[in-house]
Design a protein around this ligand. Structure first.
Ligand code: ADP
Ligand code: ADP
Length: 225
């Protein structure tokens, strides 16, 4: 579903954020991405979202070589990927419902489909009873659940998360990770950047480890040739 073939990324300031990174992630797999601050985790996620282009190498997502995508194709590519951020990026002055509905409104869905999907997404993250709440009145864990509902409401094939438990205590972090596990079990490919090694090593999924832009472990899928 996602593959990197000897991908390097050098930013304008000539810093090598990624060096010859190769790995592949199967559909329905859940994989963690870890490494110290500055190791290149966010850069790797941004390449998948086409927010950056590699300097060398090839990124293939859902069978498509991303280098073939022109600027015009980027919005459609982004709609096939759900993204969860550490700081939620919620609209604080709009109720939970509006926050989750937003991606579907932008994509031009009909009102009835929006309503059905928003409710389904909020149900999956256990927040159906907070549909009309303002994000400000929710706990950090609940806010993160809203962020996850918004990421999956378009039923993306791929879910990316960048430090999704960064601000949460261990109990809430484990609950949030369990939600990602649940989505992978219904067919979503999930890639989660996290430096919470204690948490992610308990979950027994593959862990990609970056060090100074190099992939130092986890790069080989079990059923790769
Ligand atoms: P991580 O997410 O693991 O903390 P990043 O991918 O954010 O790592 O950063 C990897 C390296 O690339 C760091 O040294 C960072 O300073 C550098 N970097 C990240 N984004 C940019 C950018 N837009 N311009 C220049 N350098 C960047
Ligand atoms: P529908 O009524 O459209 O069939 P479902 O009850 O199957 O909806 O659930 C839709 C919700 O499923 C989405 O809003 C989202 O929360 C979640 N979801 C996201 N991606 C997937 C997926 N790949 N497979 C199944 N459910 C998904």
């Amino acid at each position: 579903m996602i593959s990197f073939e000897r991908v390097s990324k050098r930013y304008d300031n000539s810093h090598d954020a990624l060096r010859e990174v190769s790995f592949s992630i199967d559909p329905e797999e859940l994989v963690f991405l870890t490494g110290h601050s500055g190791a290149g985790k966010s850069t790797l996620l941004r390449l998948i979202m086409l927010m950056e282009r590699p300097s060398r190498g090839r990124v293939v997502v859902g069978g498509a070589d991303l280098s073939k995508f022109s600027r015009r194709n980027i919005p459609r590519h982004r709609q096939s990927i759900g993204v969860v951020f550490q700081n939620h990026k919620l609209l604080m002055d709009r109720p939970v419902y509006d926050n989750v509905a937003l991606p579907l409104q932008i994509a031009g869905f009909e009102y009835r489909d929006i309503d059905r999907r928003v409710n389904a997404a909020l149900d999956k993250v256990g927040l159906l009873d907070r549909v009309q709440a303002m994000p400000m009145s929710l706990s950090g864990g609940e806010q993160q659940r809203v962020g996850i509902a918004r990421a999956v409401v378009g039923r993306p094939a791929i879910l990316l998360a960048d430090e999704p438990t960064g601000n949460l205590d261990p109990q809430l972090s484990a609950e949030i990770m369990q939600l990602f596990v649940d989505f992978s079990q219904v067919g979503v490919t999930v890639l989660i950047a996290s430096h919470d090694l204690a948490l992610i090593s308990r979950l027994r999924h593959r862990i990609l480890t970056l060090k100074d832009g190099r992939l130092v472990s986890g790069g080989v899928s079990i059923d790769a040739p």
